[in-house]
Every structure is written in structure tokens, then in C-alpha cells.
Design a protein around this ligand. Structure first.
Ligand code: SF4
Length: 377
């Protein structure tokens, strides 16, 4: 019979915890060096309970043993830890990447992945359901396989812009668990529905909660909003402009004026989104941070994601192999619809945060230049 694992079953008593902490402290004092690196705190049963990084590993590890209050995060981790292991890496940038990789792999219970880098950037998430909607989020959360637009600078301004977009196109922004009732959804014995909020009555929501719109009409309006966020074409504005012309042609001047106002708001929104959007496209290059320890590593970064890490080539042959690998990474045409797969969000946040915090590091980035073709035309 399988025994159910009780999370803190290995928790040592105070005396054991004290003895283990003393052992770990002695090891850190005797062996750890102030170099960039990652470390893992392990419980007595081998579970990795925390992964951390530092550009000065020894200083960081010693700080755990100075935690004063029992409720301090460091003190809590140390109480459960039986062992600390560490590994040096060439640079602080490498330590951030390695920490993220290990957090994703082990999901240690004392880590909150991505939180640090998510402070300054936000994304728009497509929330699925009977009537799709947009939400402003700081990271992917648990939405594996979800659709995200971003990153954008400043969650507050992004929320305001998104509210405008929802209002302009009549999209819902209410709680996700609110039931929807489309106009073409025939419920037996159903009483007339009352909208869940005032937005339908004041013309800012199509009212999918109260039979105010057919399912396909709402889906078409949502598709307009997505096309707008993708920035690929003028579909939302063009669609509204056609509807405005039709309304004017049928002498529905009030409706035409409402559509004209929506078009004006979308036009100014487009500029606002462009201002907020972080220029991910510009984060495409080969970046070689200064190595503090070991060999220099070069990171091939395309659209804000690290696609490969390779030692900086030192010989002509190594350079040719390196260039071929870089060319292979940059050659395929990639989507440019502004969406980001959820599994790439944490790394995108890491890279954007790094170059935002340390803009001078861009001086160590080399633009990708394909080798000149040797074939004649
Ligand atoms: S009118 Fe209904 S669907 Fe629209 S935001 Fe309000 S509650 Fe949601």
C-alpha cells in the first residue's frame, strides 16, 4: 500500500535543525566563494525545497544564518533544510537563467517563480470560456498553453488601456465564473435575464450575460479586438468603419456617431499600446556578458528568449561552427502577432528586466549579421 507523503514529515526537531544548520554554516564558511552561482536547499529526504542565485554566492548563503526572526523566509527554509549544494556559473546573467531553469524543473515549494521579474511588466491574457475576455496579468501563472500578449510596461496604464478596448468593442470584463446567456441560447422556462452590471445598459458591453448578443456576434467582436492587439492589420477599425458607413447609409445617425467615437478611441488606443509595449523585437542579438568565473559564454537571444548558450569561440573553426548555429536560430521565420506562449513568459520577463535594469549591457550585444552568401546570382 502506498504511503501518502506528508509534506513536513522529515522536519527535524529544534536540536537536529540546530546541528544541521551548524554543519551547513561550517561548510559554507569553509568552501563557498564570492562568485556568481546557483544554490539548492535540500530537505533530509532529498527534496529540493528552495533554489536561489546570487552574484556573490558566499555572502548570500551566509545571510541565511543571520536570519533573526523565526518567520523570516531564510529562517523557515533553514529549519527544513538538511543540506545546501551550490554551483558556480560564469556571470550574474547566467545565474538568473540557471535559477529559472531549476525552479521550473523542480518547482521547489519555497520559490515563487517569476515574481521578482514581473514587477515592472504585465501581459494581456486571453481568458477562455463561453464569452472570451482579456485580463491583465503579471505572469503566466498556471495557464499552461494560454495565449498572452506583451510584455507591456506598467500594469496600471495597461489596465486603463484594456478597459478602453473593452468599452470600444463591447467586450465583457466581469468575473470569469459569471454565467453567460447568449441571445441564441434557448433555455426552456428561462426568465428574462438581468445584466450582471451596468455596462450593457450604458452601451459599453454587448451583454453576453443577458441575451444581449448572439454567440457568433460576440466571437466576431472578440476577434476584432485580438486583431487589434496583434497589430497585424487594421481589421478592427476597418470593420467598425464599414459598420459606421452602413449605419449612415441607412440613416441611423445615432448608431453611426457611436461607431465614429469607438473608431476614434481605438485609434488613440493603438498609439497607447505602442507606447506601452516593450520592444521585444529589439531583443534579438548575441549577448556575451563579462565572465567573472570560467569561460565567457555567449547567449543567442531572439525576440527576448534565450535560444542557445555557447562558449565564446576562440578559434576560426569554432567561430564557423558558432556562426552556423546562430544562423540556424535566426533563419526560420517566426510569428510576429505579438503573442507569447505561456511557457516562455518567465524567460521573456527575465531578459527584458535584465536589459531594462542594466541598459549598458546592450553594449555587449552583437546584432546578428548573416554570413555573406558565396553563391553567385
Ligand atoms: S454586462 Fe454582463 S457580460 Fe457585460 S461586463 Fe457586465 S456582467 Fe459582464
Amino acid at each position: 500500500m502506498s504511503r501518502r507523503r506528508q509534506r513536513p514529515s522529515f522536519l527535524p526537531n529544534a536540536a537536529d535543525a540546530g546541528a544541521r544548520a551548524a554543519e551547513m554554516l561550517a561548510r559554507v564558511k569553509g568552501e563557498a566563494r564570492d562568485l556568481p552561482g546557483v544554490y539548492e536547499m535540500r530537505a533530509a529526504d532529498g527534496e529540493i525545497i528552495y533554489v536561489g542565485k546570487s552574484k556573490k554566492l558566499r555572502t548570500r548563503l551566509l545571510s541565511y544564518f543571520r536570519a533573526v526572526y523565526p518567520a523570516d523566509k531564510g529562517a523557515r527554509i533553514l529549519r527544513e533544510a538538511a543540506e545546501v549544494q551550490w554551483e558556480y556559473v560564469p556571470s550574474e546573467f547566467a545565474s538568473l537563467l540557471e535559477e529559472l531553469k531549476r525552479i521550473k524543473r523542480y518547482r521547489p515549494r519555497h520559490n515563487v517563480a517569476g515574481k521578482r521579474d514581473a514587477r515592472h511588466f504585465a501581459f494581456i491574457r486571453v481568458a477562455r470560456g463561453a464569452a472570451e475576455s482579456f485580463r491583465v496579468v503579471r505572469g503566466a501563472g498556471n495557464d499552461e498553453g494560454g495565449t498572452f500578449f506583451g510584455p507591456f510596461h506598467g500594469a496600471t496604464q495597461l489596465e486603463e488601456a484594456l478597459r478602453e478596448l473593452n468599452d470600444a468593442l463591447g467586450l465583457r470584463d466581469c468575473a470569469l465564473d459569471l454565467p453567460m446567456h447568449f441571445a441564441d441560447q434557448h433555455d426552456l422556462f428561462a426568465a428574462p435575464r438581468t445584466p450582471g452590471c451596468i455596462r450593457h445598459e450604458i452601451g459599453k458591453c454587448l451583454g453576453p450575460c443577458a441575451g444581449g448578443v448572439r454567440r457568433d456576434e460576440y466571437a466576431a467582436r472578440f476577434a476584432l479586438a485580438r486583431a487589434f492587439l496583434e497589430g497585424a492589420n487594421d481589421v478592427p477599425v476597418a470593420g467598425l468603419r464599414r459598420a459606421m458607413d452602413e449605419a449612415a447609409g441607412q440613416l441611423e445617425f445615432e448608431r453611426a456617431a457611436t461607431l465614429r467615437d469607438k473608431i476614434g478611441r481605438l485609434d488613440s488606443l493603438r498609439a497607447q499600446f505602442a507606447r506601452l509595449r516593450f520592444a521585444v523585437e529589439s531583443l534579438s542579438f548575441v549577448y556575451t556578458p563579462s565572465a567573472v568565473h570560467g569561460d565567457d559564454m555567449s547567449y543567442v537571444i531572439r525576440r527576448g528568449r534565450v535560444r542557445a548558450a555557447m562558449p565564446l569561440p576562440r578559434t576560426a573553426d569554432a567561430r564557423r561552427a558558432f556562426d552556423a548555429a546562430v544562423t540556424a536560430i535566426f533563419a526560420p521565420v517566426e510569428r510576429t502577432d505579438g503573442t507569447v506562449p505561456s511557457h516562455e513568459i518567465d524567460e521573456l520577463l527575465l531578459v527584458t528586466s535584465w536589459f531594462t535594469r542594466f541598459p549598458k549591457e546592450m553594449e555587449r550585444a552583437t546584432a546578428f549579421a548573416p554570413a555573406p552568401s558565396t553563391r553567385s546570382a
